[in-house]
Ligand binder design. Structure first.
Ligand SMILES: Nc1ncnc2c1ncn2[C@@H]1O[C@H](COP(=O)(O)OP(=O)(O)OP(=O)(O)O)[C@@H](O)[C@H]1O
Ligand SMILES: [Mg+2]
Length: 339
């Protein structure tokens, strides 16, 4: 009997925190014909077009996982997060977050997740930050002592302790974002959707928010789905990434595998004793010359050519040292998005 009970609770804890199947969202957009005539015609015969913002998306996220959700502008990231937060109804498909169907807007669900939209202000604009946070706490029925403790702790960690009495509209973008983050975490959500939480922040603030999120995720085991256009965020926080484009997922796996799969080049740098006296054209045989210094050369070389090219370089030039690197992930992602 006891065995059975253990098994069943183990199975339960293995259940994904987020489970998405065939999730689809089509928007009906009004199509206007060009010119005044078109506008006039549109008054009588509205022509609509269906555009798929999200199309047959499938993925699952385990409890405590921090997953990066990447894609170019208009790929469908925010739309997906809004459906998972119950702000939008899907056109079709299913989603379960912590066992809840988000768009049923169950109160039990509302208390266990948070959505932070970096592009949108969610705090009360005309109140000092502390009062705005306080209102959030009241909405969630958070006990006073716990509220005070959390706010003190988080404002300290994020370096905005001295900004609590400033009106939200007078906060800088970075300060406001940090307050938004605190507001989102007041009720200790189990699942956190972060849509560009570091957008527009300076490098130092970006780093502070990133460190904060890393520690928070490690300590609280909160499941986090994070979008960001800053690769530093993704690289430092996410082992796993889901890449979406035109509403469809085309990669779901380890960030390190993105490089293996999509970067068909490596970078070879050779250091020479004294400048290699070779004209540029003759260097082209080794690969694309991407950097040339007094005593070093850097080539971009097709993966399957790395070994023969290294051999040839060692034979042909007075090489004193050689480095082989992966193309930076930033470049790989840019290349994927540009396709
Ligand atoms: N309310 C809406 N009505 C019509 N089309 C919409 C609506 N909201 C989003 N879309 C369209 O759906 C697509 C996906 O938008 P979404 O905001 O999800 O992209 P995103 O991946 O978050 O992009 P970004 O990186 O720019 O934030 C876009 O083509 C967008 O124009
Ligand atoms: Mg977006």
């Amino acid at each position: 009997m006891q065995n059975l009970a253990t098994t069943s609770s183990a199975t339960q804890s293995n259940e994904p925190a987020i489970q998405v199947r065939g999730l689809t969202k089509a928007f009906r957009t009004y199509k206007k014909e060009p010119g005044f005539g078109g506008a006039l015609k549109g008054l009588f015969h509205r022509r609509y077009e269906q555009t798929f913002a999200v199309k047959d998306v499938n993925f699952s996220v385990a409890p405590g996982e921090l997953v990066g959700f990447l894609g170019p502008n208009g790929a469908g990231k925010t739309t997906t997060l809004k459906m998972l937060a119950g702000l939008l109804y899907p056109t079709s498909g299913e989603a379960h977050v912590l066992g809840y169907v988000p768009w049923e807007r169950n109160d039990g669900y509302r208390r266990q997740f948070a959505l932070l939209l970096g592009q949108k202000n969610q705090l009360w604009w005309d109140l000092p930050a502390r009062e705005s946070l306080d209102l959030n706490a009241k909405i969630y029925g958070i006990p006073r002592a716990s509220f005070e403790r959390t706010v003190a702790e988080m404002t300290e960690l994020l370096g905005v302790k001295d900004k609590l009495n400033v009106m939200v509209r007078e906060l800088s973008l970075g300060e406001r974002m940090k307050m938004e983050l605190i507001a989102a975490l007041l009720h200790q959500p189990k699942v956190l959707f972060l849509d560009e939480p570091t957008i527009g922040l300076d490098v130092i603030s970006q780093k502070t928010v990133r460190e904060f999120l890393r520690e928070y995720n490690a300590k609280q085991k909160t499941t986090i789905l994070l979008t960001s256009h800053y690769m530093a965020d993704i690289q430092e926080l996410c082992r796993r990434v889901i890449i979406i484009d035109h509403g469809t997922i085309f990669f779901d796996g380890l960030l390190s595998d993105v490089v293996d799969r999509f970067a068909d080049f490596k970078l070879i740098t050779i250091h020479c004793d004294g400048a290699p006296a070779r004209p540029k054209e003759s260097l082209a045989q080794y690969g694309e010359l991407v950097e040339q210094n007094a005593d070093s050369l850097k080539f971009k070389v097709k993966r399957d050519r790395v070994i023969p090219v290294c051999k040839a370089l060692l034979d042909d030039l007075p090489v004193s040292d050689i480095d082989i690197e992966e193309v930076p992930i930033e470049d790989v992602i840019r290349q994927i998005f540009a396709r």
